[in-house]
Design a protein around this ligand. Sequence first.
Ligand SMILES: Cc1cc2nc3c(=O)[nH]c(=O)nc-3n(C[C@H](O)[C@H](O)[C@H](O)COP(=O)(O)OP(=O)(O)OC[C@H]3O[C@@H](n4cnc5c(N)ncnc54)[C@H](O)[C@@H]3O)c2cc1C
Length: 511
Amino acid sequence: MNEQYDIIIVGSGAGGATLALKLADSGKKILVIERGGYIPVEKENWDSEEVFVKNRYTTNENWLDKKEKPFQPGQHYNVGGNTKLYGAALFRMRENDFNEVRHHGGISPKWPISYTDLKPYYLEAEQLYSVHGKRGVDPTEPFEENPFPFGPLPHEPRIQEVITDLKEFGLHPFPLPIGVNPTNAKKANAPFVLDRFDGYPDPTEHKADAHVNALRKALEYENVTLMTQTKVTKLLTNASGSEIKEVHAECEGRILKLQADLIVLSCGAINSAALLLKSANSQFPNGLSNSSDVVGRHYMFHNNSAMLAISKEENQTKFGKTFGINDYYYGSDDFEFPLGHIQMLGKSDKIQISGDSPIPAPGFTFELLAKHSVDFWMASEDLPDPNNRISIVKQQIKIEYTPNNLEGHKRLKEKLKFALEHSGKFSHYFPKSIYFSKDMPLAAVAHQNGTVRFGNDPKTSALDIHCRSHDIKNLFVVDGSFFVSSSAVNPALTIMAMALRVGDYIKNQVL
Ligand SMILES: Cc1cc2nc3c(=O)[nH]c(=O)nc-3n(C[C@H](O)[C@H](O)[C@H](O)COP(=O)(O)OP(=O)(O)OC[C@H]3O[C@@H](n4cnc5c(N)ncnc54)[C@H](O)[C@@H]3O)c2cc1C
């Protein structure tokens, strides 16, 4: 089958779906190709055993670690991409994250654009993804004169107690910016309680994800179509290598050959790099758009950890993901380098915790832990290292990754424990591996980024500052790939904002 489009977007997650919506009113014939299907609305959506223990919505694909040992990544192939399962904590990067920052483990490099370049698109993305929050409380928040589209979500009683205690200790907890769709609540004749949110698909569609908030709206335009269960396998260039002339995809055993004036890869940072590398040919043995040799390199995914903090008080919270702490983002009184960011996780139940078995200490049952725990998540910056890379071995994705810049993260954990111990009557702390596999940290690819970096210099970057390939003029890459550094906040809003910026550029300068 041969078909001609104006624009093909490969992938329907944060980058692809947001871009599809931005371009939809151009009238151009746009095809979104998605390798997965729709996540079914079913009772298992909210079943912890199915979601976290049996990995019902995670791919069965095997990737290879640096010793070429196979592992199953926490990767989701479905309409909406990883945002169907995400926690929708939608942060702007800090203004200083766009600058060169000195860390204990080395340098976090400067981005080729500044916060000001992305600022209007951050606001547009916050509006599109119904972000609830409050400006002026987070001590590190970047400047914005407009309020969040919606006020902050209320804290449940136990969470409010923890906040009050932490404030007394001297920290500045702030309402977590969260993407929640408010209008759906109007369809019901009783209030919705947000629960089963972080890490689960949301059948009520309160979670503002790329499928509900962007792709579905894009598909209302006649000129936009979606192919599901269709995996792009190769990009082919013209004779000079200056353009992608054909996209090959597999759908139900058939090979599709598709053409478009513009091709956008939005497969996620790992799969976009993999596709460029897999598309190597005799003219470009190193992969496409890779004259710089950066494609697949500088893989980052944050230094993460999750922690259950246990106190005597019961925690009956349903939706605990309502505050964050950035007091240690740039450093602390005893450490001049950045430590990182702290936020709440969704309240875990005993099944999620038992996934971390064996029982972590005598006297603690899973039930007891679930009843008394408050769930925290901590993220610190990992630094871009060219040797941390995606490559292809016998058609399989291989990830080589050596952790770096760990000292700040170690201190962040200590700071949080100290603050909780001295403020909130907490006594025990246990690591939690919810969606960050304990046995296989490499499998926790949720925050993947950096593998097709953007920049001004074609020798050191694969994309220009509008995410257009330096080498191949009809190719863009719009997903977590373009990041130059990972910052310590969640990546999705930056990916969405960049998709909106690229969309403007394509509409105004390319079409
Ligand atoms: C459990 C979980 C919780 C998270 N929580 C948060 C959070 O609270 N806040 C936050 O900011 N981020 C969070 N994230 C991360 C966030 O979801 C990602 O940063 C974001 O979705 C990445 O966007 P993307 O466009 O790069 O890729 P994705 O959203 O993953 O989209 C890529 C799409 O491309 C498709 N695809 C891949 N290869 C091909 C191919 N060859 N052919 C066709 N289609 C293809 C995939 O199926 C997928 O739909 C979380 C992620 C997970 C898994």
